[in-house]
Design a protein around this ligand. Structure first.
Ligand code: HEC
Length: 299
């Protein structure tokens, strides 16, 4: 009883300790924690010391009482030696677990009937089996409460849906990551409307000032014709956008745009091929006719 209280007290202290430290005092939380733990350790040590002192006191008192009752020194020593416990038989646990009766007690569990001299023992069901049996009942009750009464747990169907949703999120994250891993050697020509729309937005915001609203060319060259200064296939265009041509006034976009964005805008430019916008800038660079892969899309 005494020990239980002490144990409870310390469990309580351990649980409450962070809560007590959570108020906003001048001492930082960490230090409060250390003080708390220190106090607990100190209390434990104090407790131990008190116990030892008490034990010592009892011993001395016993000695005094025994002496006053006329015991000799030797008798006192033998009297105060702790009583040695008898050793239990080794397989005690095993026997208990199987609920076996020792042979000597078999007579008690002998069933009265007899067939041709064969008799039966009414052995109790082994403890392990009973534990398992009641365990399944407890499990069933818990299971029913959790899954069917309170609905805390998810049933198979819901669990499946959750997992699929999680996988979907993971897939999206993975795809957006891998989409961002493109470079000039891996970029692909696509005509996906989503990609072109995103590219169009980027183009209007960042490129139109120099290349014109319809990429017809202003300071920068016309991007809709067949003439290219730095190559007209998607990889070349990606590369020009990524690294720029600083000496000629085309900025580097590597820092401002993600690889995905560069890929989008490069695809958007490719999609403008042959749109013949009004007031085109005169052709610059070399004519590239082998760009047959370009999707001929009217903007
Ligand atoms: C500050 C003006 C400016 C801005 C902004 C600009 N460019 Fe350019 N761009 C140029 C110039 C100038 C050239 C020509 C470079 C040369 O003569 O080598 C060029 C060239 C290019 C080329 C190569 C064309 C070819 O014939 O090979 C592409 C592709 C291109 N720009 C795409 C873009 C894209 C995409 C953006 C927006 C993200 C953009 N540019 C923003 C000025 C600009």
């Amino acid at each position: 009883m005494k020990y239980q209280r002490v144990v409870f007290l310390f469990i309580f202290l351990f649980i409450m300790q962070p809560a007590m430290a959570a108020n906003d005092s001048l001492i930082p939380g960490d230090v409060q924690n250390y003080i708390g733990y220190g106090a607990i350790v100190f209390t434990l040590l104090l407790f131990l010391v008190v116990m030892l002192v008490l034990l010592r006191t009892f011993k001395v008192l016993t000695r005094i009482i025994l002496k006053s009752e006329g015991y000799t020194e030797e008798q006192i020593v033998t009297e105060m030696k702790p009583v040695k416990k008898e050793k239990k038989p080794k397989n005690d646990v095993w026997i208990k677990l199987l609920s076996l009766k020792p042979l000597s007690e078999e007579k008690e569990i002998l069933i009265a009937h007899e067939y041709d001299g064969i008799q039966e023992l009414n052995n109790p069901t082994p403890a392990w089996f009973m534990v398992l049996f009641y365990g399944t009942i407890a499990f069933a009750v818990g299971y029913m409460l959790i899954y069917h009464v309170f609905g805390i747990g998810q049933l198979q169907d819901a669990e499946y849906k959750t997992e699929v949703a999680l996988a979907e999120i993971a897939k999206k994250a993975y795809l957006s990551k891998s989409a961002n891993r493109v470079d000039e050697s891996t970029v692909k020509l696509v005509s996906d409307p989503g990609v072109l729309a995103s590219g169009s937005v980027i183009f209007k915001q960042t490129c139109a000032a120099c290349h014109g609203d319809h990429a017809q060319g202003v300071v920068g060259p016309n991007l809709t014709d067949e003439y290219w200064l730095h190559g007209g296939n998607i990889g070349d265009v990606f590369k020009t956008i990524k690294y720029g041509v600083l000496s000629k006034g085309m900025p580097t976009w590597e820092k401002q745009l993600t690889p995905k964005q560069i890929s989008d805008v490069a695809n958007y430019i490719k999609s403008l091929h042959g749109t013949n916008p009004a007031n085109p800038k005169e052709a610059q660079g070399t004519k590239e006719t082998d760009n047959a892969v370009i999707p001929l899309k009217k903007a």
